[in-house]
Design a binder for this molecule. Structure first.
Ligand SMILES: [Cu+2]
Length: 471
């Protein structure tokens, strides 16, 4: 017991964890493992197991793994559901609900066959429960409020206990006032490692995990709008948005696994540049080898999990992102009129004097906006930003970079900086002017002729009135 406590404390000290030891009485100490808290948004180094069966730990993107205590052969964890402040990106903090100081909560890592006991203390203003998504367990441990257990009322602690029966990629989330509690950020990752060599689970050099989540927070506000059903404005990985999402730093030649689960209300086609991957598992377990084919994009539907694997053969800074283009943007107003081709620069200045946060789309698209550095309300991030070695990356939301480097040492997860391209391998501007290409006018010779030929050079001059009439 004492040794275990010391382990917790020293681990806390080295990993930058704050241990809340204050109000814990001796009696409570005996019954409950101390809750370990984490407030820093950094990607913490993998938590190497100090007891129990050995395994190769995962790395939680901008997150951490929850330490446990061994009690008569049972792995004991303590989750505390509570309000938290999450820095979603530098300069932007959100008031969320989570576990043990953070949203998402800490990752839980166990080994196939482990008997697991999880204490769940509710420090929220309303009742909650935890559902262990994807697990085989006794029905009464499934965490569905009203159906399989009474709700955990504020101030109460419940105990869940089951054997982690199958290895794989799982998550946990409340099954009580679900729409509100998930919109507020309550969720966490769960990995059950195989107890021995498994024919369908390869050993990997790097194993990253994160959850896809979404929030609706108005620019300048701190708290998500919990009644939003589909129209979220912040698309995040582990409650972080680009440029606040850490990069995946790997060594050239590493076998890399990335696991993700989708707890948003829409699907996300996850796309990796420069490499092909295979989907090696879902929340249903490892996929049979005959079902695996190479892809560069895989869709993860609502409530699903995917694990992808690839050999990081190509050195460089490779984008990894959701392929829905509005999911790689941060908060914006959507009722912005399209202004491509319209010079409105003189008008903007006049309107801005009347309406300080007036914003219109750029006349050449929206790329300009990332460099405009327009004044923003406090506590928000630009819609598209991120400074790369060649200028603005013009991205936000669900976007990060897989950094593949020859010199990245095994076990080193630190950021190696920007890629140094070998000479002659970067797209460049053509020095000499290009000859004028004659443009083809009209339909091609094999096009079907139009019945009524339009008058030549017809230009549409109609201006649509905006307003209530006609809706
Ligand atoms: Cu998406």
């Amino acid at each position: 017991m004492t040794t275990q406590r010391r382990t917790f404390l020293s681990r806390g000290a080295t990993a930058g964890l704050a241990v809340a030891a204050a109000a814990v009485s001796k009696v409570a100490m005996a019954a409950l493992p101390e809750p370990v808290l984490q407030a820093k948004p950094d990607t913490m180094p993998p938590l190497v197991p100090r007891n129990g069966r050995p395994y190769n730990p995962v790395v939680t993107l901008n997150g951490w793994t929850l330490p446990w205590r061994m009690n008569a052969g049972i792995k004991e964890f303590h989750l505390v559901a509570e309000p938290v402040v999450r820095e979603m990106s530098p300069g932007f903090k959100a008031h969320l609900w989570g576990y043990n100081g953070q949203s998402p909560g800490p990752t839980i890592e166990v080994v196939e066959g482990d008997r697991v006991r999880i204490f769940v203390t509710n420090k929220l203003p309303e009742r909650t429960s935890i559902h262990w998504h994807g697990q085989r367990l006794p029905n009464g441990m499934d965490g569905v409020t009203g159906l399989t257990q009474p709700a955990i009322e504020p101030g109460k602690t419940f105990v869940y206990e089951f054997v982690a029966r199958r290895p794989g990629t799982f998550m946990y989330h409340p099954h009580a006032d679900e729409m509100v509690q998930m919109a507020m950020g309550m969720m966490g990752f769960w990995v059950t490692h195989p107890k021995a060599r498994h024919p369908l689970i390869d050993e990997v050099d790097r194993d990253f995990v994160f959850l896809l989540n979404a929030y609706d927070i108005e620019p300048g506000a701190y708290t998500p709008k919990i009644m939003t059903m589909l129209d979220f404005n912040l698309w995040s990985w582990n409650s972080r948005i680009f440029p606040g999402i850490d990069s995946f730093n790997v060594r050239q030649g590493d076998r890399v696994r990335i696991r993700f689960g989708n707890l948003t209300m829409t699907n996300h086609p996850m796309h990796l540049h420069g490499h092909e991957f295979v989907v090696t598992g879902t929340d249903g377990g490892p996929t049979p080898k005959s079902t695996r084919w190479h892809e560069v994009t895989t869709d993860v539907a609502v409530g699903q999990m995917r694990q992808i694997e690839f050999i990081a053969e190509e050195p460089g800074d490779w984008a990894f992102h959701c392929h829905k283009s509005h999911h790689t943007m941060n908060a914006m107003g959507h009722d912005v009129p399209t202004m491509i081709g319209v010079d409105h620069s003189d008008v903007v200045g006049k309107i801005s004097r009347l309406i300080p946060d007036y914003m219109v789309m750029g006349e050449r698209g929206m790329g300009d906006m990332s460099e405009m550095a327009m004044p923003l309300p406090d506590n928000t991030v630009p819609m598209m930003s991120g400074e790369g070695p060649f200028g603005s990356v013009e991205m936000g939301g669900m976007f990060s970079v897989v950094k593949v480097r020859k010199g990245q040492k095994a076990g080193d997860y630190s950021n190696p900086g920007w890629f140094r391209h070998p000479p002659g391998t970067v797209a460049r501007e053509l020095a000499e002017p290009i000859a004028k290409v004659p443009r083809v006018r009209g339909a091609g010779p094999s096009a079907m002729p139009s019945q009524n030929m339009p008058a030549a050079n017809l230009e549409v001059q109609v201006r649509k009135a905006r307003g209530h009439a006609g809706h």
